[in-house]
Every structure is written in structure tokens, then in C-alpha cells.
Design a protein around this ligand. Sequence first.
Ligand code: NAD
Length: 489
Amino acid sequence: MNILSNYINGEWQKSTATENLEVINPATAELLAKVPLSPKSEVNQAAEAAAEAFKSWRRTPATQRVQFLFILKYLLEENLEDIARTITFECGKTLAESRGEMRRAIENVEIACGIPMMMQGSNLEDIAKGIDEIMIRQPLGVCAAICPFNFPGMIPFWFLPYALACGNTYIVKPSEKVPLTMQKIFTLLEQTGLPKGVVNLVNGTKETVDAILEHPQIKAVSFVGSTPVAKYIYSWGAANGKRMQAQGGAKNPIVILPDADMEMTTRIAADSAFGCAGQRCLAASIAITVGEAKDSFSEAIAQAANKRIVGNGLDDNVQMGAVINAGSKARIEGLIEKAASSGAKLLVDGRNPNIPGYEQGCFIRPTILQDVNPLSETANTEIFGPVLSLMHVNDIDEAISLVNNSLFGNMACLFTTSGAAARKFRYEAEAGNIGINIGVAAPMAFFPFSGWKQSFFGDLHGQGNHAVEFFTQTKVVVERWKDEWSRKF
Ligand code: NAD
């Protein structure tokens, strides 16, 4: 069985780990590889290599640094199909979803290629007579990303291209559940000809993560994952003096007004709730119908859920793949059971489906819970599976208060044909990513991925200008040059 390697200082290295975890295809239960739980000493090696590489990488002009990203974009385009298949193999989502994920990854590389413009500072002549002030941006040093399972190809790219373009060196710690995608991507990073030590890959779990959070040469850490781990990582990294950004879990509401285009709304809501088997941090998890929207939406979304084709993400007609593993399937089905036994009605029950040919797979069909109490555990727990909870209110103000009572603030969406209602929602909803007639309000690479509340810990988000600010530190220079000194020449 293939035990995956780390990539440290420009070389693939077998880990000295004494423990490995199995990487399993969630659709077939096939064992794909084993991933090492790399010890602290291997994080130290990666950090030292990256610190050494930083000395010359930061002196490489920005215009030259981005040449490696241009090559990377080309290599990612050329290998997109192969990487997408790997994502589907280890993560379970459909091939179309995996391709879409990689398009989003590439978009971040494209935007980071604009760093010679984006990284510019500012200045003002004569802040006092004969004195000028300049603000420049300098890279931080070694930075690292700790990533979740649900977007193994895209999420590291919310950070890595910007970090490198700004002159930092980098370490990626992929999710131990889906480490194969980064193995492929690192073979492409290797082919770009980046100097050794500029990018490093270390596999593992808690011990590896803690070594990253505690290493004195690592200056900044980006995390994406569940809220409890985000809180821990944010606080422990900060306690160790690092610049931190930590994106956490979600429980995203969508609000449906009676004037919404019901056919379009249903299609978009179903894609949001059941796409990627509900394992998107921007998946709709609660649908709040207002007034007369209740009956028409409930009926239409139940039909859409029943019709969805579930199976192996590699098969052509499949619209929804497996959830990540057996533990996750059992957890999601347990939460459905709990909801049903505490008063919610099971409008569509997707538990334990029969998927011919994939009896060992981790499948749950789309599930819809009706009349979910906003104060219940179901309404307030991130399920991270293909489960949509329906709630009903009488007007938009009540709907917005339900949205704002949530502990999370990753996304909130409104479906309406009223501009005034849309403006009110955009203005008042307490979430960082807002969709109006959109079901997955994922910011493009040139906007920050703006989670709020328990969905984000930090100040600067991933992507775009926020990433440039996160990966640089400002230096202000105040200069006095007397006129009389130039008269010598
Ligand atoms: P997770 O929190 O279990 O793991 C994320 C990473 O943290 C992994 O690399 C893992 O090895 C590491 N980790 C786990 N437990 C740890 C611990 N105790 N100490 C140190 N490191 C630890 O998350 P997951 O299950 O891989 O991903 C799903 C979660 O990610 C969901 O909650 C989802 O909402 C969230 N997510 C959020 C966003 C966002 O933008 N806000 C995006 C994608 C996923």
C-alpha cells in the first residue's frame, strides 16, 4: 500500500511517522493510500527549509515571482481533469463539482499574478515641510495553511498563490481525509521550477498542526475547518505570536419570499442544500419560507429532493455523491433521527439508501425536515450533510431575526423579485456572504471570503486584497531631505 510522502525543501520524503491513517474512497470503500501522521521534527524541517528559502525568495522581484504562477496556471489547466478525478475519488463529490472546484483554485492563481499592482504601498510628499512619508508592504516570512476535507483542491489556493506572490514561503497541511489531491498539485508546483523550500507539504493531524502553531519561524497561519477547531487554532496560534485567520463552520439560512420565482428558487435551493452532498461551508442548511411561500416551496423542494440522482460521483448522470466517510454518515443519520424524535417532520427521509453496485458506500439521499423549531439542536448544529431544515415565518422582519439569531454568519440568502426587500436583507442580515437569488454566494477570487461570527476568527479573510494584506506587513518610512543638501551637486 502506497504511504504518501511529504514534500520538503524541494524533495519528496518518506515520513518517519509511526502511525498512518487510511485514505478511503467514500463511494466504493476502496482503500486508496495511507497518509502518515508526520511528527514535529518534519514540521521543523519544512519550517527551516522555508525560512532558508525566504532569504532569496523575498529578494526575487514580484514580476519574476509571478512567472512561476503563470506556469502553475498552465499546468493546473492541463491537468485539471486528472486532479478533478482525484478529488472525486477521495472526497466523493461529482466530477462536475470537482472540475468547478479546480476552476475556482485556478482563478486565485490568476488574481495573484496581479501582485505587482496589488502589493503596492502608498506615499505622501510633504507631510511636513520637506518631509515625505512612504508605506511599503513586505512579506512576513514562512506561512502555513491547515485545510479541511471538503475542497481539497481549492481551499489551499485561497492562500498559497497570494503568499508566494507577496514573497513568503509556504507549508501546506492538507486534510488527512483527502491528502491525494495535494500530492498531485505539489508534483505540478515542483514542475514550475520554484526554488527549493519555497513550497512544502507536510501530512498529518493534531501533532503536525500543533507543531505548526508552535514553530517560532512560522509567522502566519490560515485555517479552514470546523468551528471548535478554528477557535482552538486561532487562539493557540495567536498565543504563540502568529498572525492568524481561521474560517469555521456554518449553518446557512435561505429566506424565500412569496414573490420569489419559485421554479428558479427551488432549483437553486436544491443545488445549494444537496450539491457536494451538503458538505459545502456555503450550503443552504435552513430554508425559511415567508407567508404564502410555505406550501409551494415545501412541495417543490420535496420533489426536487426525491428526484436527485445519487451515486458514485464518477458516473455521468449522478447529481450527488457520497458523504466523506462512514463516521460522518452515522453522525448525520443520528442527527436526522434526533430531529425526528424531537418534533420535526421528516418530509423526505434519505437515510440508508440503496445505491446498486455501491452497497459499501457512504451515501445519504437528500433529506428534508419540516417544522424545525428554531431553538432546537437541529436548527443550531452544523449537520454538514444533505439535510435541509424548513422553518416558516409571517414576514421578512421575523425571517431576518431568525437569520441574525444564528451563532454562525458564513452566508445568508434571499429569494425575491422585490428590490426593496433585497436591499433591506443585504443591509440587515448578519452574515459575511450574502446571496440575492443566489444559493451559494461564494465570493470570486478578487473579493474576500467574508465569514462572520462563529464562522470566522480573525480580521483579514482569504482571497483578493485581504490575502495581500494578510501576507504582508506594512512598513512606514518618514524621510527628511533638506533642499540645501542637493545644492552641493
Ligand atoms: P476539521 O475541523 O475536522 O479539520 C480541519 C483541519 O484541522 C484538518 O486539517 C485536521 O487535520 C485539523 N484538525 C482537526 N482536529 C484538530 C485538532 N483537535 N487540533 C489540531 N488540528 C486539528 O474540519 P473538516 O471536517 O475537515 O471540514 C469540515 C468543516 O470545515 C465544516 O465545519 C465546514 O463548515 C468547515 N469549512 C469552512 C469553510 C469556510 O470558509 N468557513 C470552508 C470549508 C469548510
